[in-house]
Design a protein around this ligand. Structure first.
Ligand code: NAG
Length: 391
């Protein structure tokens, strides 16, 4: 008998790659496959369970009741929601199966990989040691890309990557951690911080582009200053939103909007969907919840303290208890930081085929369908069609 050595980091990553190689085999053997894959990066807004597999603090991991108990899953999965999160709906609309977390052993990564992890920031300083930051998520993508290249060959792999959609939802944690760290507040002005976050996020997008990604979806930061946790933490204690956060979020969204627009000019073939109109829309949902099918836009369904703003959902800290509403569909906010499944669906619906004042210049439906591209390619330079154009 050969003794079995304990698993090391490299054997673990070999197993991970092996699983990927197996699952991409069927892609290779079906050359007619035209479905784009879906790659997801970011934080708890789009995490589907990666934090279940890492060492972190309990608040960063939500694989316990009552998370996930609503509707679709009927059990906790690691999603920061009572059910599905935004990207689960997007996958469904794109006619893809649920995209599994990158760290899930033996998962089927045939249609994409979700690298997102709760608590993650753009900057490595954000909750360092407790989260999988964006840089690390990009490194994990490199490993996936290597295995796709090895399996499909460079040409087919390049085609697959070019038509796949790369979705990024990140940034809130950088600003949350900044506002709660006296050291960071001392060292950086708000302008410095937004500059660093946007600078690093731009570099990440450019790195993905350099590896062949062409279609990007980016989610703006929502009015997190109005989430139950920050409403409760608002030093003005007037029941209003935490304005310092809102100011950072708006500055972030405006800067990212500008970067994406300039990338469209500078980077050939770069296409994107950005939810520039979401902030005002989400504000409106919280102000007038009944107009959007909710009853409560202020309080968390699950939590404790003022507005349910204490992040205690499902955790019995020091013998303390938490409250749980009876109908989460009535609530915009599920816990003190995260929206309900119903909120996620509304955001996903708007990203998928929302009008230009919410999402643009493409919506995700436009990015996932390559019909328009084919049409353009077919028209340009072919003998039959050249004659139809007169200049
Ligand atoms: C990226 O973030 C680091 C801090 O982690 C900062 O020093 C650096 O200037 C940022 N890069 C850009 C391009 O903004």
């Amino acid at each position: 008998m050969t003794p079995t050595p304990p698993p090391t980091l490299s054997t673990i990553s070999q197993i991970f790659l092996f699983a990927l190689l197996i699952s991409f085999k069927s892609v290779a053997s079906s050359p007619e496959k035209t479905t784009p894959s879906f790659f997801i990066f970011g934080d708890s807004t789009v995490d589907v369970g990666n934090n279940n597999y890492i060492n972190t603090v309990p608040g960063n991991r939500v694989n316990y009741p009552p998370y996930g108990q609503n509707g679709f899953f009927q059990k906790p999965t690691g999603r920061f929601s009572d059910g599905r999160v935004i990207v689960d709906f997007i996958a469904e609309y794109a006619e893809l199966p649920l995209i599994p977390p990158s760290k899930q052993p033996n998962a089927n990564f045939n249609n994409g990989v979700n690298f997102a992890a709760g608590g993650a920031g753009v900057l490595p300083e954000t909750y360092q040691g407790l989260v999988i930051d964006l840089r690390t998520q990009l490194k994990q993508f490199d490993a996936v890309l290597n295995s796709i290249n090895a399996e499909l060959g460079d040409t087919a792999a390049g085609e697959l990557i070019a038509k796949s959609v790369f979705f990024i939802s990140i940034g809130s944690n950088d600003y949350l951690s900044y506002l709660s760290s006296p050291k960071m507040l001392e060292a950086f002005t708000p302008e410095d911080l937004v500059g660093m976050v946007i600078g690093n996020l731009s570099e990440a997008i450019q790195q993905l582009y350099n590896k062949g990604a062409r279609k990007f979806g980016a989610l703006s930061i929502g009015p997190m200053g109005c989430c139950p946790a920050l409403r409760a933490a608002n030093p003005k204690a007037d029941g209003g939103c935490f304005e310092d956060f809102s100011a950072l979020a708006l500055a972030h969204n405006n800067a990212l909007s500008g970067v994406l627009l300039s990338f469209e000019f500078i980077l050939k073939g770069f296409k994107y969907a950005f939810s520039s109109g979401f902030y005002r829309w989400q504000d409106e949902v919280m102000l007038n919840p009944s107009k959007f099918g909710f009853k409560d836009g202020t309080n968390a369904c699950c939590g404790s303290g003022a507005y349910g703003g204490s992040y205690t959902c499902g955790i019995n800290k020091e013998g303390g208890s938490y409250e749980l509403c009876s109908t989460s569909e009535d609530f915009v906010w599920w816990d003190s930081y995260h929206g309900t499944e119903k909120t996620a669906k509304k955001i996903a619906d708007a990203l998928w085929d929302g009008p230009p004042e919410w999402v643009g210049p493409y919506n995700l439906k436009g990015l996932f369908s390559d019909y328009d591209e084919r049409k353009v390619e077919d028209l340009v330079g072919t003998e039959e069609t050249m004659g139809e154009f007169s200049f």
